[in-house]
Design a binder for this molecule. Structure first.
Ligand SMILES: Cc1cc2nc3c(=O)[nH]c(=O)nc-3n(C[C@H](O)[C@H](O)[C@H](O)COP(=O)(O)OP(=O)(O)OC[C@H]3O[C@@H](n4cnc5c(N)ncnc54)[C@H](O)[C@@H]3O)c2cc1C
Length: 290
């Protein structure tokens, strides 16, 4: 490693990256140092983001929260944050063991874009936007889904500064299934966000595909069944049907072959995953509406 720079502002960090094109930014280092230790990455320099205090908190703007990319999972899991964005707090509490949550950040989770990134389905359901900082004080905004889908990328010397999230003042739930008990990577996860002002239910399913999936038809169908001006309750069979709808949309049957014969059945492992997604979606919506 040639050099380590520790800027104290976002623009200084962008300038440091511009001056050292082969350097990489590092926040908590939980993903980056794992890649270095495995020999997958040999950066010639590091620009540490840990001293940039503006990235470690949040502020409010036009009914939204602008979350600093340097917010740790531990900070997002605390009660004051949970009162603002409950599903993001729940995903932060589920993101690995305590030492990882103390160091790992929101920005690192997004840039790594692992299918198992716990914040990602929540950000997809919230339709969050990224505020990207570039050279000479430049700022641009893109939907988080564009970065996750690879439709737009970070340019050299650009950093995620903030994540713009709407404050919906309504229940939100994040549920995660893991392959074992205790902290672990998700085998499937579901985020449900209610948006009463727009009479909407937004749902995203994580970990089962390279990026979170949005079952848009299932969202619209269930939103049309909810009595938004009444008690917002739903019968158990409607919740179960929603779970099945979400799961079948995200894990569809095989298409029938061109010769008109029957489609092959899904494998037992895929059927198990589909049942897991159905159960998570049913429970998450039930909790959001209870
Ligand atoms: C044992 C273990 C368990 C884990 N369990 C989970 C889990 O259950 N759920 C989960 O979601 N994750 C888990 N993780 C993954 C990891 O902790 C998270 O993805 C974390 O949020 C990464 O954040 P970081 O600050 O450590 O990122 P870093 O490692 O510092 O950086 C990751 C990448 O993001 C880039 N980057 C960081 N910040 C910025 C920025 N502001 N702008 C542009 N680029 C940036 C870096 O250059 C690097 O490419 C686990 C990791 C470990 C080692």
């Amino acid at each position: 490693m040639q050099s380590v720079t520790l800027p104290t502002s976002l623009d200084e960090a962008v300038a440091a990256l511009g001056a050292m094109p082969a350097a990489v930014p590092v926040a908590g280092g939980t993903d980056l140092m794992a890649a270095v230790n495995k020999g997958l990455l040999r950066p010639s320099g590091l620009v540490g983001l840990g001293r940039i205090s503006e990235l470690r908190g949040w502020h409010y703007q036009d009914g939204h929260a602008l979350l600093g990319a340097g917010l740790t999972h531990a900070r997002m899991g605390r009660p004051d944050f949970a009162a603002l964005i409950p599903a993001l707090a729940a995903s932060a509490r589920a993101a690995g063991p305590p030492q990882i949550r103390n160091a790992g950040t929101l920005g690192g989770n997004i840039v790594t874009s692992a299918p198992t990134g716990d914040s990602l389905p929540v950000l997809a359901a919230l339709e969050a936007e990224l505020v990207i900082a570039g050279p000479e004080g430049g700022r641009r905004e893109i939907p988080v889904s564009h970065l996750l889908a690879g439709r737009e990328l970070l340019e050299p010397a650009e950093l995620i500064g903030f994540v713009r999230v709407p404050l919906l003042h309504a229940p939100q739930v994040f549920l995660k299934a893991t392959g074992r008990t205790g902290p672990g990577r998700a085998t499937a996860s579901v985020a449900i966000v209610l948006d009463p002002a727009r009479r909407g239910v937004r749902c995203a399913v994580g970990a089962i595909a390279p990026m979170p999936l949005r079952p848009l038809e299932a969202e619209q169908w269930i939103a049309s069944l909810i009595d938004w001006d009444g008690d917002r309750g739903l019968a158990p069979d409607a919740l179960a049907a929603f779970g099945e709808y979400v799961a079948a949309a995200c894990i569809p049957d095989h298409a029938p072959p061109a010769d008109g014969s029957e489609a092959p059945p899904l494998s037992p492992a895929v059927l198990h995953l589909r049942r897991t997604v159905a159960a998570l979606a049913r429970r998450a919506l039930g909790r959001a509406l209870s």
